[in-house]
Design a protein around this ligand. Sequence first.
Ligand SMILES: *[C@@H]1O[C@H](CO)[C@@H](O)[C@H](O)[C@H]1NC(C)=O
Length: 456
Amino acid sequence: MPRINKTVVLALLIATSSVFLLFQLYYYKQYMSKLGTRSGGKAVQTGGDAHWQVVKRFLGLVTKYNLPVFLIDTATLGLLPSDITQPRDNQAEEPLCRFFCTHREFTTFALVAKLWKYDASLAQAAAERGLELLEVRGKDPRLVGLDDLSGTEIPLHFLFRRNGHAVHVVVFYERSGNYMWHGPLRLKLSMDRKFVSFRKLDFGRHAGAYDRPELVMASVDGLDVQIPKNISHFLSEHAQAHFLECRYKEARAFYQLHPDDTSPEAMDFRMKAKSLLHLAAQTLADLGVPFWLSSGTCLGWFRQCNVIPYSKDVDLGIWVKDYRPDIIQTFQRAGLPLKHKFGKVEDSLELSFQGLDVKLDIFFFYEEGDIVWNGGTQAKSGKKFKYVFPKFNLCWTELVELKVRVPCETLDYVEANYGPNWNIPVKTWDWKTSPSNVKENGVWPVREWDEVIQVY
Ligand SMILES: *[C@@H]1O[C@H](CO)[C@@H](O)[C@H](O)[C@H]1NC(C)=O
């Protein structure tokens, strides 16, 4: 069988020479990296270079269509040196792929939808550059409240692909004029799923929310791109960007059963609660203290996507580890006088500020094993109470046109606090006895009352 032998020999030859070639490439790469940026001339034809080529082709499209994109790839951003925005003199001879070529086969960019006009010829132009384009659409969440428009779909993600390398473009929409939102990436067809193993992608497992970033121009691997000015800030936002949409459908069903109160008093309360929430959020953001919607304010968001008009106050939760002694002063300077301070940092701390006809209650939460809890204090008796919740993570959402956090496991949180009948409005509420998770927790020693019971 001389023919088979020939084939075998040929295959062996190819195999050995490929191995040899790999070795050569390996040593060449080592050699190149020793030379550092001084390599000059052409880049090596490796998998890395193929990736760089795809990014370059994509950036060619960006230039042609004036696409408002910026780099959000967490692996690449994490590698960039802090002086990346400084002009470099040896730029022209620096084609090595040091930052775009990571251990992954994709690079992620954001597209600012507000500054962009959809152009259907994009796919064609991509094809001309040898890039296959997949567009993933989804519902526009900004329209869900409007019955006749609620099905409107918008582009959420683009994937440009060539030879197993991809550029993932996440479309960032501005919401309520004050933050950026991107949708989840849901691939519908199995063909789409093969397009890129999207479980590995950086963005799209959930919807996400970000502050509008300040951008700067940088030259990355010889390519000009916009990047977030404060990279570490952007990366820390990415780590906790998970956004939950309000349950608009359930909220509509709730209002069918329990028509909304649209009296002037209710409207007035909602308006005041909204401005108080905006003021509190700004004040805590200035202090760098994260907070979430708690108690009735959280229930209002979860059940009816709005403030409950008869709730009389705005309730926020803060981890006690984020407590700062200047919180009280800062709120007072923002025009919210302290109404009472109960407990102390080590135990059951609770602050209450007086807004315009609306009270702002801030509960500090303590972590203890599998549970978290916050405390309550009855001023006249010195009695202590404890409200226990299952552990939770924090997610972003929107309430009264504001990006705010809620416990991601919102149902567990609300059920812990209000019991299985949380979906039925209750107008008479006693904070000492009504909550499902309230426990008596002893009495403050009289000698501590001056410290732990302060009423103004
Ligand atoms: C960048 O962001 C980090 C983290 O949010 C922050 O601590 C730092 O002050 C910011 N740097 C600048 C220059 O704004």
